[in-house]
Design a protein around this ligand. Structure first.
Ligand code: FES
Length: 124
């Protein structure tokens, strides 16, 4: 199953990297990764919520800062929203839209992932 970010309609070819197994992330939970995208090492993270997975660049639209509170901790206390550790902006898990904070109305940059045989692949 492919999870496309809203702006990506089609792929002409598919290159993917295995990030982890679906069982490696609690539900709800999150995990960060360093991956090469277009020859640059990028920080990204996965969120697991209600059986679904979502991937975003680890970059707050407010200042570009990393979002996590501690290693692999991207969710708020209720584990309902993504929360930026720097100025507390809150983002929806399924769309990455900022719904509160200094970058309200902006969005996290989503990535496409696929799940094959319990492995989560980043699709480039
Ligand atoms: S850096 Fe994320 S809210 Fe300011």
């Amino acid at each position: 199953m492919l999870y496309y970010p809203p702006s990506q309609a089609t792929l002409s070819y598919v290159v993917s990297h295995i990030l982890c197994k679906t069982t490696d992330i609690e539900d709800p939970g999150s995990k960060s990764f360093e991956v090469k995208i277009k020859r640059k090492t990028q920080s990204i993270f996965l969120i697991h919520k209600n059986g679904n997975f979502f991937a975003y660049y680890n970059k707050c639209p407010h200042t570009g800062a990393s979002l996590e509170w501690q290693e692999d901790q991207f969710l708020d206390l209720d584990k309902e929203l993504i929360q930026c550790a720097t100025h507390d902006a809150l983002f929806t898990i399924d769309s990455g839209e900022c719904i509160a904070g200094p970058c309200s109305g902006d969005s996290l940059q989503a990535l496409t992932i696929s799940i094959q045989a319990d492995e989560i692949h980043l699709v480039l």
